[in-house]
Design a protein around this ligand. Structure first.
Ligand SMILES: [Zn+2]
Ligand SMILES: [Zn+2]
Length: 269
């Protein structure tokens, strides 16, 4: 397995320059993972399949879904791609490399866990600031246009917020100067995680059922459902920041009410 990955990597680095791989390669990889993981939820919502796992009963109109896609394409080409190009010198200065040998899986895993913790921390505080009156009105309300989120709404935001999110995502890699393959893996899992958090469905196989401290769709959907001053649940990935700083009280209360309600129902049956 390792040798297959190494020879595929060898092919990439002999045929493309570092710049091409880090900028265009990253952009292409991001677009593929984002749309391939997000689009199925649009069709799921339209067809009404698996609706018993849908968190909210409300559905988005096809027009609202299409508006999201057009805006995303515009921002991805107009904001994300230039950011990837302009941040390349920073990454190469910090020692990012694409050469063989590939890093060991232990290094890759440690770095990605570190990026997740750091991103969640930066995101939590930045997100709380985005919920202050002026910034909410002029910037963050764009992301909250969709009170019933679906996978692709995860990246639907004001350009200023995209820059902030981009910062939270790349600050970890920027300070550790990882191998390009680590950066790509990080990007892939981070995109899958945020698409899942916005997907609008809580399945029996959802990761949050098995991973302690992991927020997932149920946790973030609550954030979108409520009025911006009351929403809470500001973290991107984990639940502990909101727990430590007491911004998950409403959510916990609701969960408790649901649990008690379910127990009462069981008793009656
Ligand atoms: Zn928010
Ligand atoms: Zn969101």
């Amino acid at each position: 397995m390792a040798s297959i990955i190494e020879s595929a990597w060898q092919y990439l680095i002999t045929n493309f320059s570092d710049f091409q791989l880090a900028c265009l390669g990253s952009f292409f990889l991001h677009e593929s993972v984002f749309f391939l993981s997000g689009l199925p939820f649009i069709y799921l919502e339209r067809a009404g399949w698996l609706s018993k796992y849908k968190i909210q009963t409300k559905n988005n109109s096809p027009a609202a879904q299409e508006k999201c896609i057009t805006r995303l394409l515009l921002y991805h080409f107009g904001v994300n791609l230039p950011v990837m190009i302009f941040s390349y010198p920073v990454f190469s200065y910090m020692g990012m490399r694409s050469s063989l040998p590939l890093p060991s899986w232990k290094i890759v895993l440690t770095q990605i866990i570190f990026y997740f913790i750091l991103e969640d921390f930066v995101f939590y505080w930045g997100h709380r600031v985005l919920h202050t009156k002026w910034l909410y009105k002029h910037v963050h309300s764009v992301h909250h246009e969709y009170a019933t989120p679906f996978g692709l709404t995860s990246e639907y935001a004001h350009p200023a917020e995209i820059l902030f999110l981009g910062f939270a995502t790349i600050v970890g890699p920027a300070i550790t100067g990882p191998h390009l393959i680590t950066l790509w893996l990080w990007m892939v899992v981070r995109v899958l995680e945020t698409v899942e958090a916005h997907c609008g469905y809580h399945f029996p196989w959802s990761l949050s059922n098995f991973l302690p401290l992991y927020g997932g769709a149920d946790f973030h959907d609550y954030h979108h459902r409520l009025l911006y001053t009351k929403s809470g649940n500001y973290s991107s990935t984990f639940t502990y920041m909101d727990w430590i700083f007491g911004t998950d009280k409403g959510y916990r209360k609701l969960k408790e009410l649901k649990r008690v309600g379910a127990e009462e129902d069981n008793k009656e049956m």
